[in-house]
Design a protein around this ligand. Structure first.
Ligand SMILES: [Ca+2]
Ligand SMILES: [Ca+2]
Ligand SMILES: [Ca+2]
Length: 135
């Protein structure tokens, strides 16, 4: 589970990076501002919470961005994951396909949704990022 959470955080970070969100400084206030920006990005309809659908759609976008050769599978060099984490997700074929990817996204969402209402609010999302960062 810890590995999965790390993966998702990496993907969220990748999403932020690819959308040119400022990773300008490391100060705590900047960090929370950045978290808020990421949340707003994920919350497509801006209703203040991220639904499973919004989360998945956005993570699939990250998948396609990361998948440089567009073969619908991520190889180790296309991700920024530590080797052990990558290997645990990719399985025997050494690639992360869309099903394996969505499985990770799915479990990360459920793990983050601590009140089980099928939505991530700002607090739950912030807690997810914090938990992963403190590892
Ligand atoms: Ca929403
Ligand atoms: Ca695989
Ligand atoms: Ca929730």
């Amino acid at each position: 589970m810890a590995a999965k959470a790390r993966v998702v955080c990496t993907l969220i970070a990748a999403l932020a990076m690819h959308m040119h969100i400022a990773a300008t400084a490391a100060a705590a206030s900047v960090e929370s501002a950045r978290d808020a920006r990421i949340f707003e990005l994920l919350d497509d309809d801006q209703d203040g919470s991220v639904s499973m659908m919004e989360f998945k759609n956005n993570q699939m976008l990250v998948f396609y961005i990361l998948d440089r050769n567009k073969d619908l599978a991520l190889t180790a060099d296309e991700t920024f994951l530590p080797t052990d984490v990558f290997a645990s997700i990719a399985g025997a074929d050494g690639k992360i396909d869309t099903i394996e990817f969505l499985d990770i996204v799915d479990s990360a969402f459920k793990q983050a949704d601590t009140n089980h209402d099928g939505l991530l609010d700002r607090q739950e999302f912030g807690a997810l990022l914090k938990r992963v960062r403190n590892r």
